[in-house]
Design a protein around this ligand. Structure first.
Ligand SMILES: CC(=O)CC(=O)SCCNC(=O)CCNC(=O)[C@H](O)C(C)(C)COP(=O)(O)OP(=O)(O)OC[C@H]1O[C@@H](n2cnc3c(N)ncnc32)[C@H](O)[C@@H]1OP(=O)(O)O
Ligand SMILES: NC(=O)C1=CN([C@@H]2O[C@H](COP(=O)(O)OP(=O)(O)OC[C@H]3O[C@@H](n4cnc5c(N)ncnc54)[C@H](OP(=O)(O)O)[C@@H]3O)[C@@H](O)[C@H]2O)C=CC1
Length: 287
């Protein structure tokens, strides 16, 4: 079995940039793809800033930062992924966009042992696996935001994922990236989002109904329950578009009202108030 040394990351947004960074810091050769040159430069900039933060905090030496940057390369052409041993797809939470990426990778990647992973928060892995001719090599490797900080990864094998793919993916996450794994059945939302998303949506409904202000809801959970951040601040960190997309795919799967995105969330996404990444969500980050 080939050792995993060449990693591909598709999408260099909030999550893809973090996954690329931790992979490069772990000594892997990392190729990152974006849909266009502008997004590619924004992804490179995100990784550069995060590595600089590591140096500033004394977590990373300047030599290790430079070595990590050397291991990273960028492209807008998925055709360059032919030689990758493991690919993590981290494009937007949209089933159609993701299945197109998986179908393209299936045509491009030459190694019959290569692992095709998705960082999806909620889309069933089987749907992505069936976009390829090799569903036995497709698995969910779900990281948490911010990737360089949070230890957890959810592993999500589908009904068709082979034991060998699961074992190799686990070895990559625990042995190479030194993160902790929990395993979930292939159900929309997996373990963590099945618990987290109803909580975030409840906070939005609470604010929407005039029950309490955003600051009071967040302070309640930070000061009263010792959460590192409140639910509305966390929704701003995840991105309101991503939160809405996750809720919709969980609602589609279970038809439970608790997963249904509240109108306030829908209107804020319509308005482009997507949270920290656009400068405004439940809070204003423009200052
Ligand atoms: C939607 C999904 O599918 C799944 C998900 O990911 S759900 C979201 C899960 N994430 C969470 O729940 C995040 C909860 N919040 C937190 O953990 C913390 O508030 C936080 C790490 C984001 C920020 O922590 P904080 O104490 O408020 O701020 P701060 O002091 O700036 O940061 C703490 C440390 O994290 C680091 N950090 C913060 N944000 C970072 C980032 N984006 N990248 C890299 N490092 C970061 C800081 O450098 C700092 O490191 P040191 O301890 O070495 O100084
Ligand atoms: N945000 C979070 O807290 C978490 C998110 N996730 C999951 O990670 C995935 C990515 O989310 P996140 O990083 O937050 O989203 P972002 O919106 O920050 O990033 C998505 C990136 O994918 C790019 N993209 C879109 N289509 C393509 C394509 N065809 N090829 C290459 N790149 C493409 C987008 O480019 P452009 O902007 O140009 O469209 C964008 O840069 C989603 O599945 C999400 O559910 C998982 C854990 C936590």
């Amino acid at each position: 079995m080939t050792e995993i040394r060449r990693v591909g990351v598709v999408g260099a947004g909030l999550m893809g940039s973090g996954i690329a960074e931790v992979s490069a810091r772990a000594g892997l050769d990392v190729l990152v793809s974006e849909a266009n040159a502008g997004a590619m430069e924004a992804g490179r900039e995100r990784i550069t800033k995060s590595l600089a933060r590591g140096v500033r905090n004394g977590k990373l030496s300047a030599e290790d930062r430079d070595a990590a940057m050397e291991r990273l390369s960028f492209t807008t052409d998925l055709g360059e992924f032919a030689d990758r041993d493991l690919i993590v797809e981290a494009v937007a939470e949209n089933e159609q966009v993701k299945t197109e990426v998986f179908a393209t990778l299936d045509k491009v990647v030459t190694s019959r042992e290569a692992i095709f992973a998705s960082n999806t928060s909620s889309i069933p892995i089987m749907k992505l696996g069936m976009a390829t001719g090799r569903p036995d090599q497709v698995i969910g490797i779900h990281f948490f935001n911010p990737v360089p900080v949070l230890k957890l990864v959810e592993l999500v094998p589908s009904l068709l994922t082979s034991e060998q793919t699961s074992l190799r993916a686990r070895g990559f996450v625990t042995g190479t990236l030194r993160k902790e794994v929990i395993t979930s059945t292939d159900r929309a939302g997996f373990v963590v989002n099945a618990l987290l998303i109803p909580y975030l949506l409840s906070a939005i409904r609470m604010m929407e109904s005039g029950f309490a202000s955003a600051a009071d809801i967040d302070n309640g959970m930070v000061l009263g329950c010792a959460h590192p951040m409140g639910p509305l601040q966390l929704t701003d960190l995840i991105g309101l578009d991503t939160t809405k997309a996750i809720a919709e795919s969980m609602y589609e799967e279970f038809k439970e009202p608790l997963y249904s995105p509240p109108p306030l969330l829908l209107r804020m996404v319509d308005a482009g108030l997507l949270g920290k990444k656009t400068g405004r969500g439940f809070y204003d980050y423009s200052a």
